[in-house]
Design a protein around this ligand. Structure first.
Ligand SMILES: [Zn+2]
Ligand SMILES: [Zn+2]
Length: 197
C-alpha cells in the first residue's frame, strides 16, 4: 500500500488493530471527524455507542479513548456503521452514519476470496480493488463519506461498580448483579449455564 499516506493516528490505529482494512478506514474517518468536534476521552466524558462490533470500532477505541474496559463504549448489535457520541460535559450527542462504504460492492469477490475460490489473477484483482476502496475511504471528503447529525438522546448509564460475591460452585468471585441461583446455591453465570444447560 505504497500510495496510502499514513498520519500518526492511522499508524497507531493500524498498530492497535493489526492490519489496515476497509473497516479500519471507516473507523478512522469517523474518529477523525469526532476529534474535530470533541476532545479525546481521558475518562468517561465521551461515550461511544457503536452499532457494530467490526474492525471500525478498533480505530474509535484507539483514537478517541472510548473503550470497552472503561465502560464508555456501548455495543448495540444492529450491524450498522453507525456511531453515536455522547459528550457528558454538555450532554450533546452526535450521530454519524458512514454512508461511503465502497467495499460493499466487493462482497461477492471477498466471500470467494475467503473460501479460497479465486484464481491467482482474481486474487490480484481482489487485492487491487480492496486497496482502491481503502484509499478512497481514507481520502474522500467528509461530506461524501459521513452523514453526521446532532441528536437528542438520554445520557448513557455510567459504568457501575457492584459488590463481589463468591460462587458457591466454583468459588470464583463475580459481580453481584450477575449472580444466579441453582439447586439452592448462589452461583456465577458460567456455573449456572453448566448446571442448567
Ligand atoms: Zn480489520
Ligand atoms: Zn461459578
Amino acid at each position: 500500500m505504497d500510495d496510502i499516506s499514513f498520519d500518526n493516528d492511522l499508524r497507531k490505529a493500524v498498530e492497535f488493530h493489526g492490519h489496515l482494512c476497509p473497516g479500519l478506514a471507516i473507523g478512522y474517518r469517523v474518529a477523525r471527524y469526532v476529534k474535530g468536534h470533541y476532545l479525546r476521552s481521558e475518562d468517561e466524558e465521551l461515550v461511544c455507542i457503536a452499532e457494530n462490533n467490526s474492525c471500525s470500532v478498533d480505530a474509535v477505541q484507539e483514537m478517541l479513548g472510548c473503550t470497552f474496559g472503561k465502560g464508555n463504549l456501548v455495543y448495540r448489535d444492529y450491524g450498522k456503521q453507525v456511531f453515536t457520541f455522547f459528550c457528558r460535559n454538555d450532554s450533546r450527542a452526535l450521530r454519524i452514519y458512514f454512508k461511503g462504504d465502497v467495499s460493499r460492492n466487493m462482497d461477492d469477490i471477498r466471500a470467494r476470496y475467503f473460501k479460497g475460490e479465486l484464481s491467482p489473477e482474481e486474487q490480484v484483482e481482489f487485492r487491487a480493488l480492496r486497496e482502491r476502496a481503502i484509499k478512497h475511504m481514507l481520502e474522500a471528503p467528509d461530506g461524501e463519506l459521513l452523514s453526521a447529525n446532532e441528536v437528542d438522546i438520554p445520557a448513557p448509564q455510567k459504568a457501575r461498580i457492584y459488590p463481589t460475591l463468591h460462587c458457591q460452585e466454583c468459588n470464583e468471585g463475580f459481580m453481584e448483579i450477575c449472580g444466579r441461583t441453582a439447586n439452592g446455591k448462589t452461583v456465577c453465570k458460567e456455573c449456572f449455564s453448566r448446571m442448567t444447560g
